[in-house]
Design a protein around this ligand. Structure first.
Ligand code: BMA
Length: 834
């Protein structure tokens, strides 16, 4: 495992990698460096698009940001404050001291009023340019959360109803020298309820979440982060706000709104090629001709194309063949090779208007989802080949890192994603009940080799398919695919989370006679709309309609298989809280385990921040309140009871801490057993089952401080499970298990070459890390080190100490000292639990 060292004394925030990206550059007077290439492949497609910002250059578009402080008021004007944009009402109120930390104790229900009110963001701004000089001026919102009326100078520009869309309003005829812009929100909760009431023909379940989640109803009627209405690990905070960038853009002639790259390997020619798509808004009444030059210096590749931009919105697609004599280094997932990317410049020199130079990074990798017969097993395989090589997918599931997206910074993402890579993960699934993550998330994944299974944002529910709803979803899907498809980290598009299973297993008790209506809706939404758009927009990666699914078998059965959990096809989700988790025979020998997990409590230092003394017991109102999974706290104790003695201390806080510790030990041990089972099932078929090629446990991260399936606590602290993951996801793994008195030992390897290993347990002291030397006089199982609120992680944790001495390294994420660490350190092992 590679750990970056930190300089002595320096603050040690998570280290951002070198960022790729686009730089605006002036281009006056420059000419295309190459002659016109041979007959360029030129496609002119007209596509409806919401648009995306391009890069300005001399004479190029004028961009004026409307980020910053806006006036924010509630429905009846009794609350007025300043609110930051991007941001939301909750964080604005908190920042002004008008409410406490929304995560503190029971504030999620105390502050329900915030989401039930209708808030308005407004501000005035001076137009910073001469309006008469521009043919078109747009007001662009990269993200509005969610239902709002948008006005400028008291003129309604339009309405928004989808937080995953990008909205661009033409304000050419209404913009003045001084302007007043308003975003009048409607409560997402009231809107969803109203939409459900209007859907009279038949109900679309579920109506409400289970009471234990203390959430809001009808989340499926609004295109908004589904878990913001509560989830079984998360609170209900249905936010309102302008959650992404907002700006004015003015341009003449044409404007580049999306620019994307996808790579292909052409087998017949044994050559890499790049597909470059540029989507323009052309405001001139006549076509605009010009030259586009693509240059990738390191690959000695330069090609020039003649293009013609037609009036209106449309795209040009260029195919660049990479020079065959240059050795292209492919992009590889973590643990399989480097994440090489090549600097690339694309220059648009047009006969009218300005010139554009785009700087981007070109990555080369292929992905195949292999579903083919396996000798000795009924059904089909389900595994990924990256650059032609079968890869065992190791990792977890990603949920939103905060209920308030404006609090998710680059550093938050870096810390969580780097922790995933440090635990030997090579993949994460961006789960469908959250959000399409911000660009930085995917940039980091590109750079550290984390493959992304990308769900569309639909989860655990049925959804409407009326015309307005479908139009909104269609715009959302086009926008998100265009925004994200350049990322080599994304290896799969998946239509939804568990909605095939919800219909197949009849979660919502739909009478048999009514089933057809829901099946029709399902196929209409995920297949005839989402899939169609994905296939048009992106031919470089596979699509599946749902997770879990039987893949091609589901397709054969009309996109809804009888049993999407079939171990002979596709992927499975598996949860079992009652059986002893050390008993590997309870686990499904599946083709691909995309979800499985057990809960635990986050550490005391994390809970402490959002609770008070009377909350510190396992049976307090607080502990019950934070548990959103029915019976979850009891299930953990029951699972612990299979192997450990339950805490008995008469000191209530000691008892609480012991219990927290044991939930973490239990969770780590359970998921280790299950993951090892999946890993050793990779190369065998037993009774027709096996050939498992993926293990993504549920879930990587937390949205707040509460019991959940996560291995990383809110704030990033590693639970014992995450330390275990580092070991059970190691590239070389010995696994021992017993079956009917026979001890089987497997050597599991993800490596391509054979390896001879010599073990050495040697650690040397460095200036920027801290060394802990542990000593024991007896065998100590599940030794846990905890330094409370000090941010950082250990090299190992939750281990069995059989030797007298063990050295553990602490990597701080913030400046700290030996004294501070000594003061905060607590050591627990199983023998300390009373
Ligand atoms: C799976 C997920 C989530 C849920 C988790 C734990 O079904 O898709 O919906 O949080 O189980 O119950």
């Amino acid at each position: 495992m590679a750990v970056r060292r930190r300089r002595r004394g320096a603050a040690a925030p998570p280290e951002p990698p070198a960022r790729s990206g686009r730089r605006p550059r002036r281009l006056s007077g420059r000419r295309a460096g190459a002659a016109m290439g041979r007959a360029p492949l030129l496609l002119l497609l007209l596509v409806a698009t919401a648009g995306r910002a391009g890069v300005s250059a001399a004479g190029g578009p004028e961009v004026h940001s409307l980020r910053g402080s806006w006036r924010l008021g509630n429905g009846n004007g009794s609350v007025v404050l300043r609110g930051e944009v991007p941001g939301c009402v909750h964080t604005a109120l908190h920042r002004r001291g008008l409410i406490q930390d929304p995560y503190y104790r029971f504030n999620d229900v105390m502050y329900r009023w915030i989401s039930l009110d209708n808030w308005t963001y407004s501000r005035t701004f001076k137009t910073p340019f001469d309006i008469r000089k521009w043919q078109k001026v747009n007001l662009v919102f990269e993200g509005v959360d969610t239902v709002a009326q948008i006005l400028i100078n008291n003129i309604t520009l339009g309405r928004t109803d989808n937080m995953f869309n990008r909205y661009s309003f033409d304000i050419t005829s209404v913009i003045k020298e001084v302007n007043f812009v308003e975003v009048r929100f409607l409560s997402a909760v009231s809107y969803a309820a109203e939409q459900s009431r209007c859907h009279k023909a038949y109900s679309i379940p579920p109506a409400c979440p289970p009471p234990v989640q203390k959430g809001e109803c009808h989340a499926n009627f609004i295109r908004k982060e589904q878990c913001s209405f509560s989830w079984d690990w998360g609170p209900s905070f249905p936010t309102q706000g302008i959650w992404k960038d907002v700006r004015i853009e003015a341009y003449n002639h044409y404007h580049l709104i999306y620019f994307s790259l996808t790579s292909f390997f052409v087998k017949s020619a044994q050559q890499w090629s790049l597909e470059i798509e540029s989507i323009f808004d052309v405001v001139s009444s006549k076509p605009i001709a010009g030259l586009v030059t693509v240059n990738i210096p390191k690959l000695q590749t330069q090609q020039t194309f003649g293009v013609k931009l037609q009036p209106g919105e449309g795209s040009i697609v260029l195919l660049v063949n990479i020079n065959k004599s240059s050795a292209v280094e492919a992009w590889w997932p973590n643990g399989h090779g480097k994440q090489t990317g090549y600097n690339m410049t694309t220059t648009f020199i047009m006969e009218a208007g300005y010139q554009i130079e785009k700087f981007s990074k070109a990555y080369f990798r292929t992905v195949e989802l292999v579903q083919e017969p396996i000798p000795g097993s009924p059904g089909l395989s389900f595994y990924f080949k990256i650059n032609g090589r079968p890869i065992f997918i190791k990792g977890s599931n990603w949920i939103p890192a905060d209920s308030f997206q404006d609090r998710v910074t680059y550093d938050t993402l870096w810390l969580l994603l780097k922790s995933a890579a440090d635990a030997n993960m090579n993949a994460l699934r961006v789960w469908g009940g959250g959000v399409y993550e911000q660009d930085e998330f995917y940039n980091i994944c590109d750079e550290i080799g984390i493959m992304i299974w990308q769900d569309f944002m639909f989860a655990c529910a049925l959804y409407p398919t009326d015309q307005n709803y479908l139009e909104s979803v269609r715009a959302e899907v086009s926008h998100q695919v265009r925004r994200l498809k350049s990322h080599p980290s994304i290896i799969l598009w998946s239509g939804n989370n568990e909605n095939e299973a919800a219909i197949a297993s009849n979660w919502f008790s739909i009478p048999y006679a009514d089933r057809e209506v829901y099946i029709k809706d399902y196929v209409l939404l995920y297949v005839k709309n989402i899939r169609e758009i994905v296939l048009t927009e992106d031919k470089s990666r596979p699509f599946i309609a749902s997770s879990p699914t039987n893949g091609l078998e589901s397709v054969k059965e009309g996109w809804l298989s009888q049993n999407p959990y079939d171990t002979h096809y596709g992927d499975t989700h598996f949860y079992d809280y009652s059986n002893d988790c050390w008993n590997w025979t309870v686990y499904p020998k599946t083709r691909f385990a995309s979800e499985y997990g057990f809960q635990s409590w986050p550490s005391f230092s994390t809970i402490e921040k959002v609770s008070s003394t009377e909350d510190w017991s396992y049976t307090s109102n607080f502990s019950l309140h934070r548990q959103h999974h029915e019976n979850g706290n009891d299930q953990m104790l029951q699972q612990i009871g299979h192997h450990f003695k339950l805490p008995q201390s008469t000191d209530p806080i000691k008892k609480f801490k012991d219990t927290i510790y044991l939930t973490q030990v239990m969770q780590a041990q359970c998921i280790k057993t299950e993951t090892e089972f999946y890993r050793f099932s990779q190369s065998e078929i037993i009774k027709g089952e096996g050939h498992t090629m993926g293990a993504l446990y549920w879930q990587l991260n937390d949205i707040w401080q509460a019991p959940s399936w996560a291995s990383l606590e809110y704030g990033g602290k590693w639970k014992l499970l995450h330390y275990f993951a580092q070991n059970f996801f190691a590239p070389l793994l010995p696994v021992a298990y017993e079956d009917k008195d026979v001890l089987y030992i497997y050597g599991v390897s993800d490596l391509q070459a054979e390896h001879k290993l010599t073990l050495r347990a040697s650690v040397s002291q460095r200036d920027d890390v801290y060394i802990f030397v542990l000593q024991t006089t007896a065998i100590a199982p599940f030794v846990s080190l905890d330094v409370g609120r000090i941010k950082g992680r250990f090299s190992d944790n939750g281990f069995l100490m059989t030797e007298k001495k063990k050295v553990v390294v602490f990597y701080p994420w913030e400046p700290t000292s030996v004294e501070e660490l000594e003061e905060s350190l607590t050591l627990t092992s199983l023998v300390d639990v009373v």
